[in-house]
Design a protein around this ligand. Structure first.
Ligand code: KMH
Ligand code: ZN
Length: 271
């Protein structure tokens, strides 16, 4: 089986220090967390910008610092968020992509997101995809609900996007698809041929869905953006602790963990 790509979603836009005291916020903290996660087996870090007071931002300068500081510390694929935080404009959200990071996310539709609405107008999605393609940024298609994988397939058929595709199933957001084995199996059944996939289980769904992905030949995303606990009632001590556990489970199943260069190869990215 292909080696396992572990993505560490380090910070997100919603989690607070009150919920997770070890949440990395500043570019230095994010770079340290990326280094620890890379050591533990992550080949991709999914990053969100925050101002020092914790406010989410898509400020290009904040992302520039994050990318540079991560690169100074280690080799790991930096994947910037274009989801940002609910309520940001499309233009704001696209700003970090102009830094030409190795990888960026692209949300494939609108969805209720807790008590908010995460808006992704088709015209904006089109601009995001075109910009990423023009700048040579590898896209991770973020799929929160079933209609979004249908859109991936529709775009592929229309020639708006092309293989190799990499899809992230984000399962368990209140308002979107459930974080259940059945949901994952359905999503996987709808993938275009040859696409690679990863799963980001939210909250308590993180570990069971990660374990399923390891067995099924998918890839895994863990980290504080999606889940702040190690187990019920016990906060994780770091993002790296969550990465380490997934790497350990994978190795127990005789599935080796990919290095960043191996991940680039699997995803069809330049070395
Ligand atoms: N913060 C969410 C509203 C992404 O990073 O691309 C969207 C999000 C998706 O986190
Ligand atoms: Zn994100």
């Amino acid at each position: 089986m292909e080696k396992l790509i572990i993505t560490a979603a380090l910070t997100g836009a919603e989690v607070t220090r009150e919920q997770q005291p070890n949440l990395p916020i500043t570019p230095d903290e994010i770079a340290d967390a990326a280094f620890e996660c890379a050591k533990a087996g992550a080949s991709i870090v999914h990053v969100h910008g925050r101002y020092d007071d914790g406010t989410p931002t898509q400020d290009k300068e904040v992302y520039r610092q994050i990318i540079n500081k991560v690169r100074e510390r280690c080799d790991v694929i930096v994947q910037v968020s274009t989801g940002g935080a609910v309520g940001m404009t499309a233009q704001e959200r696209l700003a970090p992509v102009t830094l030409k990071p190795e990888m960026a996310t692209l949300s494939m539709g609108s969805v209720n997101f807790g008590n908010d609405v995460f808006m992704n107008h088709p015209d904006d999605m089109d601009i995001f995809a075109t910009t990423m393609k023009d700048l040579g940024v590898k896209i991770e298609y973020e799929v929160f609900d079933t209609g979004m994988i249908t859109t991936v397939n529709r775009w592929l058929k229309k020639g708006l996007i092309s293989a190799p595709l990499h899809v992230d199933f984000v399962l368990g957001i209140p308002g979107a698809m459930a974080g259940t084995p059945e949901a994952l199996m359905y999503m996987r059944s709808q993938l275009p041929a040859e696409a690679s996939w990863t799963v980001a289980g939210i909250g308590a769904a993180q570990l069971p869905l990660a374990t399923m992905a390891i067995i099924l030949g998918g890839h895994v995303r863990v980290g504080f953006e999606d889940n702040v606990y190690y187990r019920k009632g016990e906060l994780a001590t770091s993002n790296a602790q969550l990465v380490e556990r997934v790497a350990r489970i994978s190795r127990e199943h005789d599935r080796a963990v990919a290095t960043p260069d191996e991940a680039r190869k699997i995803l069809g990215m330049p070395a």
